[in-house]
Structures are given as structure tokens and as C-alpha cells.
Design a protein around this ligand. Structure first.
Ligand code: AMP
Ligand code: ZN
Length: 144
């Protein structure tokens, strides 16, 4: 097996290596899910690939696919175990978006009616011209 990518300064790499304790709920050869130490709701879980990649935009496709494959089963288990009605699955990318740990992770946050979490975030509007301009720019980036 290829050597894993690790950053000795990264708190999640330390958790994955076992030098910082965690409460694990799922482990595969490429990813681990453990309970968030500061949960937004009980059962708030983080799914973390074992290899250190700073954020979702830098995650290799194959590892993203592995994580994506684990999410439905994790959501089912977390929902059932917490009696939650639903969940938010969130990835923060960059400080501006609230990312504080630079090792990519998926939050699975169980949701119940009346809990203290608020969605939706404030929504705006767009014009057809602006949507067309943005879509053209994004398609060009995807093709480059
Ligand atoms: P983010 O703000 O998206 O980077 O999320 C980082 C998450 O890691 C936060 O929800 C923290 O509560 C959580 N966290 C930080 N330190 C630990 C730790 N030692 N064990 C478990 N979760 C942690
Ligand atoms: Zn790391």
C-alpha cells in the first residue's frame, strides 16, 4: 500500500494516528468517522480521509468518491442512533467559509425540530444575464 500523506502539525492527522483521542464510529482503510468534540447537536460526526488534504478542492477524486460512498450509511446510522429527523452534511472550505481545521472533513449534523441550528442561510436573487455569465465562467474553468 502507498505511504499515507500526513502533516505532523495537523490535529486531525494526530487524531488519525491515535496520538490525540477520538470517539470513532467508523473506520475504513482510507477514512475514519469520529464524533465532533464540540457538537452542534448530539451525534455530530466528522468523516475524515486518512490522507492529509487541506480542503475539499484539493481532495483527489478517488478519495472523494470513497468518502461520498460512506456518507449515506453514516447518515442512516447517525439519524437512527440519535432519533434525529434529518441531518445537514456540510463541508467548509477556507476560513471565509468557517473552516478551522485544514484537513478536509465532512460534518454530519443530526437535525431535530426546534434545535438551535438555523437553515436556510440568507438567499439572494440573480438575473438571467448574471446566471449566464457565471455559468460561462464556471464551464470555462471546468474545461481548462
Ligand atoms: P471546521 O470548522 O469545518 O474546520 O470544523 C472543524 C471541527 O473540528 C469543529 O466542528 C470542531 O468542533 C472539531 N474539532 C476540533 N478539535 C477536535 C477534536 N480534538 N476532536 C474532535 N473534533 C474536533
Ligand atoms: Zn491532517
Amino acid at each position: 500500500m502507498a505511504e499515507s500523506i500526513s502533516d505532523p502539525a495537523c490535529i486531525f492527522c494526530k487524531i488519525l494516528a491515535g496520538s490525540i483521542p477520538s470517539t470513532r464510529v467508523l473506520e475504513t482503510d482510507r477514512a475514519v468517522a469520529f464524533l465532533d468534540a464540540f457538537p452542534l447537536n448530539p451525534g455530530h460526526t466528522l468523516l475524515v480521509p486518512r490522507d492529509h488534504h487541506a480542503n475539499l478542492a484539493e481532495l483527489p477524486d478517488e478519495l472523494a468518491a470513497h468518502c461520498g460512498e460512506l456518507l449515506p450509511r453514516l447518515c442512516r446510522a447517525i439519524k437512527a442512533a440519535t432519533n434525529a429527523e434529518g441531518a445537514n452534511v456540510v463541508v467548509n472550505l477556507g476560513r471565509v467559509a468557517g473552516q478551522t481545521v485544514d484537513h478536509v472533513h465532512y460534518h454530519i449534523i443530526p437535525r431535530s425540530p426546534g434545535d438551535p441550528i438555523h437553515w436556510p442561510w440568507p438567499q439572494g436573487r440573480t438575473t438571467p444575464e448574471e446566471a449566464a455569465r457565471l455559468a460561462t465562467a464556471i464551464r470555462a474553468e471546468l474545461a481548462s
